[in-house]
Design a protein around this ligand. Structure first.
Ligand code: SF4
Length: 389
């Protein structure tokens, strides 16, 4: 645990916080884009260590949270088919579609399986030649290489019973959408280090230039995040808007060229719907026509982009989550950094991880789940002056 301990050193964290305070002369608003960073910030009380003028707001960097309702409905439709083995990461099973979730399909006898890699689903397809195996391919740039590899391997092996239901999204177009929004208040970004591990930092350089914001590629440990904040504030205070790589121990400026080539071979860039946000141009990936045989939507005759806001029922019922979400859940605003989870009237009362009303409370990377899990204990620790990394 040598390296983890070093990046969680409490004394060093306090020194960084003091250095940030010395640097800060006016209010600044920063967004961490990744749900993993949000969890680290809330878990370790990093926002509580910062000087008052700095506000951290949380971005849409949780793939489970931004998977559109229409695609979850398609997943549910496919999973209920008798010939299908439907494979997904565990978090997706509890995310509500417009009427129900994948767990309810499983409970009703659907063959829904939790896997840890798309290659596990390829193996299932090999082992079950008389069944259709579908993998729910969600995620950002970080999951795209493994999903592309699964399709590539399935093709190499001549598998005819494997396909992906694709919900791949891309981070830079989401940052551009946030910065273009009239209500935008983000002045600097902490970019997710793992995305840059794959894609490099090129896309961020053009964003920093176009929108005149500093972007700091940042890791996930407390000292990574504090250093990322320091580097961002340093730029803001001196009027610079550059891309700085805090996570250079992992991220190379050019990214992983082999992974990029694989993604490029298998996927093409398309517009995508983001749950709670809407369509963002050129913000997603879809299988190229040469890999159409592995596209579950095409194989089962489902439309590619059908997401529309969930219809609102005149009467709310606890069994219809999407209607409830549409009425009471502000997760769209949380995902855009406009509101914090604690500003939601349902937070911790009507909405808890046991009875979630929105995807941001369901997902282990969701901002609402982070606040629910860590916020009250952290506040207590800070009050007692005993914060400990
Ligand atoms: S606390 Fe629940 S209802 Fe409120 S925004 Fe988060 S997920 Fe939605």
């Amino acid at each position: 645990m040598k390296y983890v301990d070093e990046y969680r050193d409490a004394a060093a964290a306090h020194r960084y916080a003091e250095a940030i305070a010395r640097l800060t002369t006016r209010p600044w608003c920063l967004m961490e884009i990744c749900g993993g960073q949000t969890h680290a910030i809330v878990k370790y009380g990093i926002d509580q260590l910062l000087p008052e003028p700095i506000t951290l707001i949380h971005g849409p960097g949780c793939p489970v949270c931004v998977t559109p309702t229409a695609l979850i409905d398609q997943a549910i439709t496919l999973a209920a088919l008798p010939q299908v083995i439907f494979c997904s990461f565990g978090d997706m099973l509890r995310v509500p579609g417009s009427q129900r979730d994948l767990f309810s399909v499983k409970a009703a006898g659907g063959d829904v399986r939790i896997v840890y890699s798309p290659l596990d689903a390829v193996k299932l397809a090999q082992e079950n030649p008389d069944r259709e195996v579908i993998f729910f391919a969600i995620g950002f740039e970080t999951t795209a290489p493994a999903n592309a590899m699964a399709v590539y391997q399935a093709q190499q092996q001549g598998l005819k019973n494997f396909s992906l239901l694709v919900s791949q999204v891309l981070v830079p177009p989401a940052i551009a959408a946030i910065l273009s929004a009239p209500e935008n208040r983000v002045q600097g970004f902490l970019a997710a280090g793992h995305v840059c591990t794959v894609m490099g930092i090129q896309a961020y350089q053009s964003l920093a230039q176009q929108y005149q914001v500093p972007i700091v590629v940042t890791g996930f440990e407390p000292l990574d995040i504090l250093q990322g904040i320091y580097l961002c504030i340093e730029q803001l205070e001196t009027g610079r808007t550059e891309v700085v790589n805090q996570y250079s121990r992992v991220v190379r400026p050019e990214g992983n060229l082999v992974a990029q080539q694989l993604i490029e071979t298998v996927f093409e860039v398309v517009p995508r719907q983001w749950r709670g946000i809407g369509e963002i141009p050129q913000s997603g990936l879809a299988l190229r026509s040469t890999y159409a045989a592995f596209d579950a939507q095409k194989r089962f005759g489902l439309p590619r982009e059908t997401d529309s806001p969930p219809e609102r029922a005149p009467q709310l019922t606890s069994s219809n989550w999407a209607e409830t979400e549409a009425k009471t859940c502000i997760s769209g605003l949380v995902l855009q950094g406009v509101k914090k989870p604690s500003e939601c009237p349902a937070f911790g009362t009507d909405c808890t991880p046991e009875h979630p009303l929105g995807a941001t409370m369901v997902s282990s990377e969701g901002a609402c789940a982070a606040y629910y899990r860590y916020r009250t204990p952290v506040l207590n620790i800070v009050k007692e002056g005993a914060i400990n990394f």
